[in-house]
Write a protein of this length. Sequence first.
Length: 103
Amino acid sequence: MEITGNNPFARLDAYVKNIGKEKTGVQDSPDTAPKEGLSEDTVALSPEAKQVQEAKRLLDSLPDIREDKVAEIRGRIENGTYNIDSEKIAFGIIKESILNGYL
């Protein structure tokens, strides 16, 4: 796409119209279509980026709530066998605070 002229708003308008065509799927007319021999832009992802995408896909497939764990803890609470180790919890809070630089 070539933008000519000195009016900055004309450039912006041409850009916005071009983006609008891409979003709506409107094709250029033959006289404004890309010239022969020009290649399309491509993106190549690194192996690390592909691994990140795969990890995100796997995380997204996990349920937000682990129903089996909830049922197990609920049963232990109802039976009176669920014990909380307050020292372990306090240690974890302090450790997390130190690692995050809050202490």
